[in-house]
Design a protein around this ligand. Sequence first.
Ligand SMILES: [Zn+2]
Length: 330
Amino acid sequence: MGDFMDIKDMPKIVLHLHLDGSIDILDARKWSREDGFEFTKKELLNELQVSDDCHSLNDYLEKFTLPCKLLQTCERLEICSYHLFMRLARMNVLYAEVRFAPMKHLEKNLNLDDVVISVVNGMNKASVDAGIMGGIILSMMRGDAKEDNLNVINIAKKYLGRGVVAVDLAGAESVYPTRDYIDLFRYANSLGIPYTIHAGEAAGVDSINAAMDAKTKRIGHGIRCIDDKRVEKEIIDNEILLEVCVTSNYQTEAIKGSHPIEKLYRDGVKINISTDNDTVSNIDINKEYERILNETNLTINDLWKCNRNSIDYIFANQEIKDKLKKEFEN
Ligand SMILES: [Zn+2]
C-alpha cells in the first residue's frame, strides 16, 4: 500500500461533490456571455467563488445562483458533468459520486428526465474517455415543497442503476431542520434507494441525531458530532461514514478554531475526504489533501486508509467495489 511520493499519484475516492458548485470557470464565462451577462473576469469569479466575507452556509449558498441560472439546457448540463468527471480523472480520482438538485434546472423547458439523463450522459462519456467510474446523487432541497422532493425520489427510482445511485438532502440546514425530512428518507428506503444526508454542518447534534433516526449510512459533513461524545460514539458504533470537506467547513464557519478531522479519524470515525464544491470553495481534491497534510499530523498513509475505507460505503454494486479494492491493493 501507499508509499506515495506525491499526493497527485494517490488513487482517490470522492463522495461529496456538487455539480453546480464545481462548474468549470471557462464554461461559466462562455455561457454567461451567451446569455448576455456582462461580467468582467473579476466579477465572474466573485459570482462563483466565496471570499473572506463568507461567514455561514447561507452566504456560501449564494454562489449557486449563477451556476443554476446557466445550467438550464441539456447540452450545458452534460458538458458541465463531463468536464467535472474529466478533471477528477486527471487528479487520479478512480471513483466519484457527484450530486445535484434536479429541480433547480427546470427554469426553461427541461423536464426531470432531460436533466437527469444529461448529467448521467456527461459522466458516462468521461468514463469512456478517461476510465473514471462513478454515480449521480440527486439532492432534495430543504425548503422545497414536499411534492417536489417526492418527485426527486421518484426520478431517482426511475434511473437507479442507470447512472443514479442515491438521493441526498441539501440546503439551509439552520433554517429547515433535518427532522422535518425523515419521512422522505423512509419513503426512499422503502423503494430501495440509498441515501446520504447533509447534517451537522450549519446545525448541531440534533440534526445528526435526526439523520441517524433516518437510518443513514453516510452523513454529509457531520463534523459537529465533535460537540457531543455520545453522538460521536454512536457514529463510530454504527459505522457511519462522514463525508468531510475541510476547506468548505472553514468557509461556512461550520467549525470554530481548528478542524476536527484528525481527532475524528483517531477516535475511529470512518471518513471520506471530499471538497464539497471545487469552484465555490476554490479548491480541488489534491489541494485539499495537501492542506490536511500541512495542517494536521495525518500522514499520506492515513489518507490512503480513508480512501480504502470509503470503498465499502460507495453507492455501487459489489463488482465495482471489488474492482476498486483491487486497484487500491496494487
Ligand atoms: Zn455539500
